[in-house]
Design a binder for this molecule. Structure first.
Ligand SMILES: C[S@@+](CC[C@H](N)C(=O)[O-])C[C@H]1O[C@@H](n2cnc3c(N)ncnc32)[C@H](O)[C@@H]1O
Ligand SMILES: [Zn+2]
Length: 271
């Protein structure tokens, strides 16, 4: 069971005690029990997923788009930032764990906890790699992850709960964040009237991280993408726009700009 690979990092979402697996159930000494899904993921959310959680269709579109390879430069930039000594990795908002599974290939001693609030995403993440444990949890609540249990937190186009980053990371642990720049996919957003996802201001991220983290390098990733009509459709369908457009948009091949920042941070000593 891939979830075994990350059990040592998990904690009970009710009482914060350590979790153990007993057959198809994971539980704590106080008797809080959570069923392992047939598909391999563990749901520690304790409530229904929010209505805007990614659907199976969105997750499938994301995987098709990522498999086409246009975001490979982002993967390479993240790979270049990872400290090879890290072993215990957490990615909240991992989606189907396309990045995490590829990053783990280069780090045979590491294992990754793929978190997401979407059950559909967790199902795909559970079978993405044998060293991935997929867990459903909400980034904006306390994570079911033990204090100082992680060496690396990844946040790739995903919500960032900086308080939880600091709590789960060991002193000296790493955070690697991928944020879109203001011009990321600008031509597509203009052309298709997509929801305007404003670029993350890097100073806002730095402000949020400043108390507990030291900046440890950053890379700007820029490329011109030539996308087929299918790829444009998948790019639209994999994001929040999927909730705001009825039916298949009438898409055509397009050129657009890939523009993101990959920034690395170090957890300072505690206290
Ligand atoms: C833009 S996608 C990025 C997924 C993945 N990191 C990637 O780049 O392929 C954002 C992901 O965050 C997840 N997400 C959104 N809100 C969340 C929350 N509150 N807690 C956990 N995951 C969340 C979504 O379900 C989605 O899978
Ligand atoms: Zn418990």
């Amino acid at each position: 069971m891939a979830v075994d690979a990350v059990l040592g990092m998990l904690r009970c979402p009710v009482c914060a005690a350590a979790l153990q697996r007993d057959g198809g159930t994971v539980g704590c000494p106080a008797g809080h029990r959570f069923d392992l899904a047939r598909q391999g993921h563990l749901n520690l959310l304790r409530s229904a997923p929010p209505a805007n959680a990614d659907t199976a269709e969105m997750v499938a579109a994301r995987l098709r788009f990522l498999d086409a390879g246009h975001y490979r430069p982002i993967l390479d930039a993240v790979a270049g930032g990872i400290d090879p000594r890290t072993r215990t990795w957490v990615e909240p908002g991992a989606g189907p764990a396309w990045y995490l599974s590829r990053l783990l290939e280069a780090h045979p001693a590491a294992h990754g906890l793929a978190g997401d609030v979407s059950v559909a995403a967790a199902r795909r993440a559970a079978r993405a790699h044998p060293r991935i444990g997929a867990v459903v949890f909400d980034t904006w609540r306390e994570w079911p992850v033990a204090d100082a249990s992680a060496d690396l937190v990844l946040a790739i186009f995903a919500p960032r709960n900086v308080t939880e980053f600091a709590r789960v990371l060991r002193p000296g642990g790493q955070v690697i964040v991928v944020t879109p720049n203001p011009d990321h996919l600008a031509e597509l957003r203009a052309g298709y009237g997509l929801l305007d996802v404003p670029g993350d201001k890097s100073d806002r991220l730095a402000d949020a991280l400043a108390d507990d983290f030291d900046a440890d390098g950053r890379v700007e990733v820029r490329a011109e993408l030539a996308l087929s009509a299918t790829e444009v459709g998948d790019l639209i369908a994999m994001g929040p726009n999927a909730f705001h457009r009825q039916g298949d948009p009438d898409v055509t091949p397009a050129r657009t700009t890939l523009s993101v920042t990959v920034s690395c941070w170090r957890r300072g000593p505690v206290g």
